[in-house]
Ligand binder design. Sequence first.
Ligand code: FAD
Length: 259
Amino acid sequence: MDLNTVVEVVSPAGPGQWRPGDAWLGGGTALFGEPRPHVTRLLDLTTAGWPALTLREDGLEIAATCTIAELAASGYDIAERCCHAFLASFKIWNVATVGGNLCAALPAGPMIALGAALDGTVLLQGPEGGRTVGVAEFVTGEGATVLRDGELLRSMFLPASALAAVTAYRQGSLHAHGRSGVLVIGRRDADATTTLTVTAATRRPYVLRFPEPPSAELVSVALTERIGEDAYIDDVHGLPAWRRHLTRLYAEQIRAELA
Ligand SMILES: Cc1cc2nc3c(=O)[nH]c(=O)nc-3n(C[C@H](O)[C@H](O)[C@H](O)COP(=O)(O)OP(=O)(O)OC[C@H]3O[C@@H](n4cnc5c(N)ncnc54)[C@H](O)[C@@H]3O)c2cc1C
């Protein structure tokens, strides 16, 4: 879709250049998907020259501009599985960025699922400097994040310990190639701490932690207590009752698999 109110594209762009009416541009696959009459200038981040993937001793740094295709080829199984959760062809994979997926904050955002499930953090840069926020706290609702005016997402960091953990993954859609209606990721760390992360079914990510492998009953109670009925989304990709049912089913399957 043409954004016909845009009169200028700044490329490359970086922190400090934002002014009212601006929008950061990643791959543009969400930005160009609907009218944005308030946007008059695009700040193109894809030409900033940030290395897509930086392997550090303590983990993996993923630039906001890393494409889904680049991440899928990174060699991390759980990252690749999350990339496949996209309802998207190679055309989207090759341009859509990790940062754009996080910032669009769609419930079905698989990069949100990945980051939240692996205790990921995001580095935000704004006119007043930088700050680090947990991915699970970065997304606050459907299309809503903690980003302030002028702030951009520079990168996502996944700690090495979480990347090395055993993971289990379940994704459900109404149709074979439909957008995720439910995405649950389980993680079992070396010290047996178990984490269950629910996304896509809910308006924001929910991370449930258990100091040791939980029983079926404990998981069931935690899901009921932590994720209220009104947290489940009601839209064309699934009814809340279906999403809730599948979340509980997948959580139990993952619990059993990790145990
Ligand atoms: C056919 C199709 C299928 C899709 N399937 C899915 C799906 O299954 N799940 C899903 O979540 N999405 C899906 N999408 C939506 C979209 O493609 C993805 O969310 C994609 O990851 C967005 O990334 P992008 O780089 O294109 O973001 P853009 O469109 O460039 O940006 C998205 C938003 O984030 C802002 N932004 C981008 N980068 C930054 C940054 N670094 N810092 C601050 N703000 C930034 C932009 O201003 C904009 O508001 C689909 C789209 C299409 C067309």
